[in-house]
Design a protein around this ligand. Structure first.
Ligand SMILES: [Fe+2]
Length: 345
């Protein structure tokens, strides 16, 4: 009991300490001694910038210290700086990492309950094979590997390929639902070819209902054209969402991806209870996130934890940001709260 706690009464001939020891022995704890404090509705965890200029050197080192044959996946995880939890991710609910393959290397098949995305940062000529479906990986492409789909990576290109991985692993660890199975793949389902979903406004009829997009690859050129054509949103940014074409919802149940294009006009302050990891695809700019001001450039990665007021401004004519978020998860839990700087208070 802390020195500041009010004095507790004895019970009959037992002191409060004796009463308390009896409770503790039975795995019962008085809530009034709990150190868990509920947060005020102001601010959130600090954002963090991982600069590509530094990360690229780390990738060179990782290529020298090990191989996928030795460690399955050659991955450098991006760890939330202020967390003391060794199982922590990059933000609440999301973990991001860099993965690299050299020409001729491959990463063996496996599957896990965690959903994952891969956004290609550098290189070309690799493939992620998702439930038997080959997905080309070129710069700017998004490839998803929904929970419990088999996936492996092969690289037949000529230089290293580097991509950002993001998984919903912290949420699974919290829920105790993080399961893993090594390959070889078995019981691989069939999916329609991507061409079946390639005609706007027309979908194939029939087939199994899936909770994730049966299109596993979202090519860069199409995403870039879509965001260029998108109208400005309420905060002044153009934003498009990578969706499951069968229902218009998030591409995977627990991760929700967006491409955002901004210009030299600062966006209207915005805050959300959702978390994001942001990769700068092109352009330079500045973001104000809580009390921090972060200047960023191509290929940098920035954590955007929940609760902070945020604004973004490009310092080039335009900048394009890729965001992976837990937004749809929170929305379906009725925990998504979003607010703009010009909202009435
Ligand atoms: Fe995996």
């Amino acid at each position: 009991m802390s020195a500041n706690s009010p004095a507790m009464q004895s019970v009959g001939d037992k002191s409060y300490e004796e009463v308390r020891r009896g409770w503790n022995a039975a795995h019962v704890r008085p809530l009034w001694e709990s150190t868990v404090a509920h947060r005020a509705n102001e601010g959130g965890p600090k954002a963090h910038l991982w600069q590509w200029s530094q990360l690229r050197g780390f990738i060179d080192e990782a290529m020298k210290v090990t191989t996928p044959a030795a460690v399955e996946r050659r991955v450098l995880s991006l760890i939330e700086p202020e967390s003391t939890n060794p199982a922590s991710g990059t933000t609440t609910n999301l973990s991001a990492a860099l993965q690299v393959l050299l020409p001729g290397e491959s990463a063996r098949p496996h599957r896990h309950t965690m959903n994952a995305i891969r956004f290609v940062i550098e290189g070309k000529g690799a493939q992620t094979i998702v439930d038997g479906k080959p997905c080309l990986m070129e710069e700017g492409d998004l490839v998803i590997t929904p929970g419990w789909t088999w996936h492996e990576h092969v690289h037949k290109g000529t230089g290293p390929i580097v991509w950002m991985d993001a998984l919903d692993a912290p949420l699974h660890r919290y829920l105790g639902t993080d399961m893993f199975e090594p390959g070889p793949a078995h019981d691989v389902p069939d999916y329609a070819d991507d061409a079946a979903y390639a005609v706007p406004n027309i979908l194939p009829e029939g087939g199994a209902e899936l909770s994730f997009s049966p299109v596993f690859r979202y090519p860069w050129a199409q995403a870039a054209a879509a965001v260029e054509a998108a109208p400005k949103g309420r905060d002044g940014a153009r934003r498009v969402r990578y969706v499951n074409p069968t229902n218009g919802g998030s591409a995977m149940p627990l991760m929700d991806c967006y491409l955002m294009q901004i210009d030299r006009t600062e966006t209207i302050p915005f805050r959300t209870t959702s978390n994001a990891v942001c990769h700068v695809v092109e352009g330079n700019g500045t973001s104000r996130i809580g009390n921090e001001t972060i200047s960023w450039g191509p290929k940098d990665i920035i954590s955007l934890p929940h609760g902070n007021w945020m604004t973004h401004r490009a310092e080039t004519d335009k900048a394009i940001l890729f965001l992976v978020t837990d937004r749809d998860t929170l929305k379906r839990l009725d925990l998504l709260r979003e607010q703009y700087g010009n909202d009435p208070r």
